[in-house]
Design a protein around this ligand. Structure first.
Ligand code: FAD
Ligand code: DLZ
Ligand code: SF4
Length: 510
């Protein structure tokens, strides 16, 4: 019989259709899965993220065994564990007499190069779980002056046929985003994502994670994530049935009392492989076709997945391993301590960070317009911001996190991804949330005691980067507004912003 090949399956590759497995022969090859410290500690992951992945990995391995696969699974505490993916491949190859590895391309450059450097030959197969291959994205991007998501998205609509009437978009418009910016509702008729009681496997993992990663930022319990494909499917069904209709309207809203609003909370399942993106889009389109969900909601949801999600991945692989080190605006301030302890008088930040600590989750606008906006306005080092996002969210892997953070949120790529930086004063947060009502700062106050920090920093950011942005047609109006303020007011705003940043640098509470 020919020597076995090792079939590597990583923690975010838990899909039955994963490329490496499709290449394997059940009677001959050995699937290798490993819980290792290298992966569990390259950033200080939220304990819920680690527990979610370890539990899902263990259950996926058990399922493969039931299906007849031989699985060499390494638990974190196994005494022989070499604590790295290449180390485990070498150890298993040695024991089994294997001389080659079939892997599916990892979602981070870091691990792609570790596999390239492995002394064993590792064939990295393209990850076919995405709609657009690297080559397809590159072909779309080639020769374009600007890589705008909207045009890529339209190609993906045509490719999938979602919400198409022949070659025309359903309802006559490609994008209903304009209808998706309603401010926060008084109350929310959705009780949030479906929650699952931990089973025996998950309980065991929770004990392990509490002992080994209990000091990391984030609450491990209550732990309620789905940890297998059936549960993830139930979580999707629950969202489609109870929340999708309002998803569009309140996509950008934020509420102190409600952490999830009408969001799906499924990115962690899709990214780890427990849920196929097609299942999510098919279910949403079916809800539109049978009249249970409106077009603005369904189009918005499908756009996030076949548009934004695929586009982000395309950018990450196109821009290369240096992307995470970009710093086009030269920002170098350390990440403030309140990103780790929520200890700030800014209610919007303490809400977003507090819920991140509790749930390993915040929705898009909290990530973009609260924590991301503050970091950009305050000139925080984008590499530090990137590491924070990569650590604290259960759905975070570099292929999707880095373009969202380095590109969309921090403008550190200089505009590969966005045509202008996402900055706003407190007025935007006030319009889209009820945070400001419970804040120690006053959102309407522009200067003086109690002025909202976002108001001060907003102008300071614009002036700091005037040379870069003044000529941008989408920002010219903001500069005109500033220039129309009387001189004393302009000086006061900038001086108070400088003072705020100096207090931030001294570690004072703000
Ligand atoms: P919903 O709001 O219900 O949206 C449905 C689905 O659309 C999501 O599950 C996700 O698969 C997809 N989606 C929506 N927006 C995006 C987007 N911008 N990029 C990619 N997919 C998207 N998403 C991640 O999956 N991992 C990350 O590490 C991540 N980091 C982010 C960092 C910043 C600064 C920002 C602004 C956004 C980030 N996002 C990230 C995108 C988005 O915030 C999350 O996908 C979303 O909040 C996940 O929650 P949900 O499942 O409830 O999404
Ligand atoms: C995120 C993560 C963690 C915390 N632990 C493991 C692990 O122990 N074993 C594993 O195979 N994968 C883990 N992962 C996911 C990997 O970090 C992920 O596959 C890469 O970052 C590429 O996306
Ligand atoms: Fe945030 Fe300013 Fe509103 Fe306070 S007043 S919640 S700091 S935007």
């Amino acid at each position: 019989m020919s020597a076995p090949r090792l079939i590597l399956i990583l923690g975010d590759q838990l899909s039955p259709q994963i490329a490496a497995l499709a290449e394997a022969e059940a009677g001959r090859d050995v699937v290798v899965m490993a819980e290792v410290m290298d992966e569990a500690s390259y950033v200080p992951h939220h304990p819920k993220k680690i527990a979610f992945l370890f539990a899902a990995m263990r259950k996926f391995a058990a399922r493969l065994r039931d299906q007849g696969w031989t699985v060499a699974y390494t638990e974190l505490e196994d005494p022989e564990n070499t604590q790295s993916i290449p180390g485990e491949l070498l150890r298993r190859a040695d024991a089994l007499g294997a001389t080659e590895v079939i892997a599916t391309e990892p979602g981070e450059w870091r691990l792609i190069s570790a596999l390239e450097d492995c002394p064993l030959p590792v064939h990295q197969m393209p990850d076919t779980r995405f709609l657009a291959s690297h080559a397809e994205f590159d072909a779309w991007a080639e020769g374009r002056k600007q890589l705008r998501m909207e045009y890529f998205y339209r190609e993906m609509r045509r490719k999938t046929g979602y919400l198409m009437e022949g070659d025309k978009p359903e309802g006559g418009k490609w994008n209903y985003d304009h209808d998706n910016r309603k401010p926060a509702p008084e109350d929310v008729a959705f009780e949030g994502p479906l929650r699952f009681a931990p089973d025996a496997v998950t309980e065991e993992v929770l004990t392990l994670v509490a002992a080994r990663f209990g000091e990391n930022f984030g609450e491990l319990t209550p732990f309620w994530f789905a940890t297998d494909a059936e549960q993830a499917q139930q979580a999707l069904d629950h969202f489609i049935r109870h929340a999708l209709t309002k998803f569009g309207d309140y996509q950008d809203a934020m509420l102190s009392e409600n952490r999830f609003l009408y969001h799906a909370v499924i990115a962690q399942y899709i990214n780890a492989g427990l849920l196929d993106w097609r299942a999510a889009c098919d279910a949403a389109e079916a809800a539109y076709r049978d009249g249970t969900a409106p077009l603005n909601a369904v189009e918005g949801f499908i756009r996030q997945i076949i548009g934004w999600r695929e586009y982000m991945r395309g950018i990450y692989f196109r821009e290369g391993p240096e992307y995470t080190r970009r710093n086009a605006l030269g920002h170098d301030r350390p990440l403030p301590a309140f990103y780790w302890d929520a200890d700030t008088d800014m209610h919007c930040i303490s809400q977003a960070v507090g819920q991140t600590r509790d749930e390993a989750y915040a929705h898009h606008i909290q990530r973009l317009m609260v924590t991301g906006n503050f970091a950009l306005l305050a000139g925080i080092d984008p590499a530090a911001v990137h590491e924070w996002y990569l650590a604290v969210y259960a759905d975070a892997y570099e292929w999707v996190e880095a373009p969202n953070v380095i590109g969309m949120s921090q403008f550190a790529d200089g505009g590969v991804l966005g045509s202008k930086p996402y900055v706003s004063s407190g007025a935007y947060i006030d319009r889209m949330s009820n945070y400001c009502k419970s804040c120690a700062y006053k959102v309407k106050q522009k200067t003086g005691e109690g002025a909202c920090p976002f108001n001060l920093l907003y102008w300071q950011f614009l002036i700091r980067h005037r040379a870069k942005f003044e000529g941008n047609p989408r920002m010219a109006q903001m500069y005109r507004t500033f220039d129309r303020m009387d001189e004393t007011r302009r000086e006061t705003v900038l001086a108070e912003a400088d003072d705020l940043l100096a207090r931030l640098d001294r570690g004072e509470r703000i």
